[in-house]
Design a binder for this molecule. Structure first.
Ligand SMILES: NC(=O)c1ccc[n+]([C@@H]2O[C@H](COP(=O)([O-])OP(=O)(O)OC[C@H]3O[C@@H](n4cnc5c(N)ncnc54)[C@H](O)[C@@H]3O)[C@@H](O)[C@H]2O)c1
Length: 382
């Protein structure tokens, strides 16, 4: 099937990602069949989309006709079987392998032989998700970033059983949808979610150790690193549960590598359902009267926070380069177009000085005596 033949797109899960992907697909002219196990979620998401589109019209970013067209192309499905005629199905439900596999098995019982089945999973192995399908060769990872209509990057991830030409076909389709696709290897966290782990993990650790508050850490990363959002602001946007699930999966799938060890603080937040913006409260309070605490500025502390987190990130990018997880260009592009980093991490490492980065990690390693601060063998050679 060529990209031009993909006109009916099924989306399973109408939460944060599903509704965003629906907007991307209908903006490109596709008809979307949107299904969620909780129909109230679809109703809520459609209301949200309507208000987003209204704002775009008010700001004269799109015409009223285009807004109506985008909205009108989404069919609200109350039964999953209504996706039976789709050319492509993108799953965006809860980050749980068993639940996803159940949905794929059901889907395969009624879609056509040629229907492409894909997952928007952030971290679960594409190969494992495809393994029990009758036709695993039609399965592929299509990983959008949050918010899907705004973030250009899409990681296209063929699994071991995916047929050879499918990655190229989806790559072309994503380009035609106005996205910036990169092809990633089916390894835990793919490109972005592997390299970006320390952005959250190290920030959580600094907060857990009472070295700084979340608002100080966010402020340090925004002011010294020019990141558009700090780690805690971003976790609140992504969803604490989703971010925690990704970290846990990456940790387990790298055979419990200490570098990716999840945070207890984040686990408690997820248990308490303080999930961020979607529940109105996470690290920050998003309720009507909620106010963001004003950070107590401290230049030395900010420098220490920034250097600690950026060094961990650069180390991950260097390790990804060493392992050829993607080309150098795609490693740079992925972090900028997927999570809005102001620069590529490899060029950032050069700018700061790889030696300085290596010294920072060595100091942390000596202080904590933990594998978490292990350096990529390539870092010292650069
Ligand atoms: N949030 C992000 O930043 C982000 C970014 C990229 C990828 N992802 C991935 O996208 C997927 C969805 O994440 P999200 O943030 O949109 O989650 P979400 O919690 O906002 O939405 C998930 C939706 O799936 C529905 N659902 C759960 N089980 C279902 C089932 N069996 N059948 C049908 N619907 C079901 C839920 O009702 C919910 O509406 C996950 O795999 C996540 O890892 C998330």
């Amino acid at each position: 099937m060529s990209k031009s033949q993909i006109s009916k797109v099924g989306i399973i899960g109408s939460g944060t990602m599903g509704i965003g992907i629906a907007q991307v697909a209908t903006t490109s002219g596709c008809d979307v069949f949107l299904y969620d196990a909780n129909s109230w979620q679809t109703e809520k998401s459609l209301l949200g989309l309507k208000s987003t589109l209204n704002k775009l019209v008010e700001k004269q970013k799109i015409a009223q006709e285009k807004a109506d067209e985008i909205f009108g192309k989404i069919k609200f499905c109350t039964e999953i079987s209504e996706l039976k005629d789709c050319d492509l199905v993108i799953e965006a439900i809860i980050e749980n392998a068993d639940i996803k596999k159940k949905v794929f098995a059901e889907l395969e019982s009624f879609v056509s032989e040629n229907c492409i089945i894909s997952s928007n999973t952030s971290s679960i192995s594409i190969t494992s998700l495809s393994a029990d399908l009758k036709k695993p060769e039609r399965f592929i990872g299509i990983h959008f970033f949050n918010p899907a209509p705004l973030m250009p990057l899409v990681e296209v991830i063929p699994g071991l059983l995916t047929k050879e030409d499918l990655a190229k076909e989806i790559y072309d389709l994503m380009k035609s949808w106005g996205k910036v696709p990169v092809i990633a290897k089916d390894i835990p966290g793919f490109i972005v979610n592997r390299i970006a782990r320390p952005f959250y993990g190290e920030a959580l650790r600094i907060a857990e150790e009472n070295i700084a508050t979340p608002e100080q850490i966010d402020d340090a990363m925004r002011t010294l690193g020019n990141f558009r959002m700090g780690p805690f602001e971003l976790m609140d946007l992504i969803g604490i549960d989703v971010n925690f699930a990704v970290t846990t999966t990456v940790y387990k799938d790298y055979f419990y590598d200490a570098k990716y060890k999840p945070s207890l603080l984040q686990q408690r937040m997820a248990e308490a359902k303080l999930l961020g913006r979607k529940t109105g409260k996470g690290f920050y309070d998003y309720s009507e009267n909620g106010q963001k605490p004003i950070p107590e500025k401290d230049e030395n502390l900010y420098q220490q926070i920034f250097m600690r987190i950026i060094s961990m990130l650069i180390n991950e990018a260097v390790e990804a380069k060493r392992l050829k997880i993607a080309s150098d260009e795609d490693i740079e592009l992925a972090m900028q177009k997927g999570v809005n980093y102001p620069k590529g991490l490899l060029s950032w490492g050069k700018e700061i000085g790889y030696q300085k980065v290596s010294e920072m990690l060595q100091n942390l390693y000596e202080e904590y005596q933990e594998e978490r601060y292990r350096q990529s063998p390539l870092l010292r050679k650069l």
